[in-house]
Design a protein around this ligand. Structure first.
Ligand code: SF4
Ligand code: SF4
Length: 404
């Protein structure tokens, strides 16, 4: 594209006409069609790269079924073609995707049953039935990717429990799914998951096992070396990597007037983040939670664009801010709490509420915890185990107030 990825006026008119024909004509709620087109024109066409050994090309920033509808429509116009958690659309899948089904990769997330991601179990039949029902409910005809959500607790579970893989094999034979992937969290130090292991170790075993084709995992600026090494290792093996939970405090930075008063003038936290994710890492792609057209433009206009001096400086101050303010979910503190407070889970939900603007979901999940923030006795035993030096009791108390 002659103008460096921005959609030229003539091309955009053509694209828009095609989009209307494909079923994108309606306005999304109170957002008008012209506002969506204007937002898409500001972002331009997203570059694509190979996802994994399947050879599929995906936009360097993907989309999600959890987005508001206007950014989804703008994303489609910009060439976003992989949709995380597409089952969340239920019977309201965007018409533009249904009308051009083969142009989009739609993923379904499969969770453990009889509990949450820590206490639940893998169940072949339940996973099989869940995906089958999701195919019927959405009208998508098939899912491109079946994702084992939250992943394995330990390497031994990957080796010994093939329930997810058997469910996938059955669904694939019926033409209802095409590829297998997982999202992977860390379970080291988690008192609810005996012998739980770290995500980088489990992911490395997954790559070597060879059944899964790509993985999603929390990944952002300033993360530990082990995860960065895994991303490079995965790339060398043709195993796809998609970063999630990428914003790591970017929204709270923007709400912090003092922090923003010293922020590099030529960029924004989300734009610098998008540039870094898509040009300065070995990732295949990344996903960012988007709640409005403005957020879409601010973030996705950085996709595939080189880092400028202001972006590099922004990443430095953002890393320092995140280390000071935001739990990176490493789990290092968890086994040192005699009260069994689910520290990382509490602070994960704080991120949902504060950074992703999803307080309702955060409250719902927080209500399900067996030991909430108010169980903290302020004994201080966990403090020396947090590599970031976070004031854990204070954060737990604040989060309890926020989510109770
Ligand atoms: S300060 Fe609170 S969270 Fe930390 S170990 Fe003590 S009781 Fe647990
Ligand atoms: S509070 Fe600190 S040690 Fe605990 S999970 Fe968060 S970053 Fe890790």
């Amino acid at each position: 594209m002659a103008n460096g990825g921005r959609i030229g006026r003539r091309e955009f008119i053509i694209t828009s006409a095609g989009a209307v024909a494909a079923g994108l004509g309606a306005a999304c709620g109170r957002v008008s069609r012209s506002e969506i087109e204007e937002a898409a024109a500001k972002v331009g066409r997203l570059p694509r790269r190979a996802l994994d050994r399947s050879g599929r090309k995906v936009s360097v920033l993907i989309g999600a079924g959890t987005w508001a509808s206007a950014p989804v429509e703008a994303g489609i116009l910009c060439g976003v073609n992989y949709w995380h958690k597409a089952e969340r659309w239920g019977s309201s899948v965007p018409q533009a995707i249904l009308a051009n089904r083969e142009a989009h990769y739609c993923e379904v997330c499969v969770d453990r049953i009889h509990g949450n991601h820590e206490t639940g179990v893998i169940d072949e039949e339940a996973h099989y039935q869940y995906v089958k029902r999701a195919v019927e409910r959405t009208g998508l005809r098939y899912f491109d990717d079946m994702m084992f959500h939250f992943g394995y607790h330990r390497i031994a579970e990957l080796k010994e429990n093939a329930g997810v893989i058997r469910a996938y094999d059955r669904l694939k034979k019926e033409g209802l799914v095409r590829h297998l992937c997982l999202s992977q969290h860390s379970y080291n130090g988690n008192t609810r998951v005996p012998d739980g292991e770290d995500r980088a170790a489990i992911l490395t075993a997954v790559v070597e096992d060879g059944v899964y084709e790509h993985a999603q995992f929390p990944f952002t600026f300033g993360d530990e070396d082990a995860l960065n090494q895994f991303v490079s290792f995965a790339k060398s093996k043709g195993f796809g990597t998609i970063a999630m939970k990428t914003t790591a405090g970017a929204a709270r930075m923007q709400a912090d007037r003092e922090f923003m008063s010293k922020f590099p003038a030529a960029t924004t936290p989300h734009n610098a983040l998008a540039r870094w994710l898509t040009t300065a890492t070995d990732l295949s792609a990344a996903v960012v939670q988007i709640n409005s057209l403005d957020e879409f433009v601010d973030t996705y206009s950085g996709a595939g664009k080189p880092m400028r001096a202001a972006d590099a400086r922004a990443l430095e101050v953002m890393t320092a801010y995140t280390n000071r303010e935001v739990c990176r979910l490493c789990n290092e503190c968890m086994s040192h709490c005699a009260q069994g407070v689910a520290i990382a889970e509490v602070l994960r939900y704080e991120r949902y509420a504060v950074d992703y603007g999803d307080r309702e979901r955060a409250r719902r999940l927080y209500a399900q915890l067996d030991q909430k923030g108010d169980a903290c006795q302020v004994c201080g035993d966990c403090l020396t185990h947090c590599p970031q030096g976070l004031n854990i009791p204070a954060k737990l108390a604040n989060t309890h107030r926020l989510l109770s």
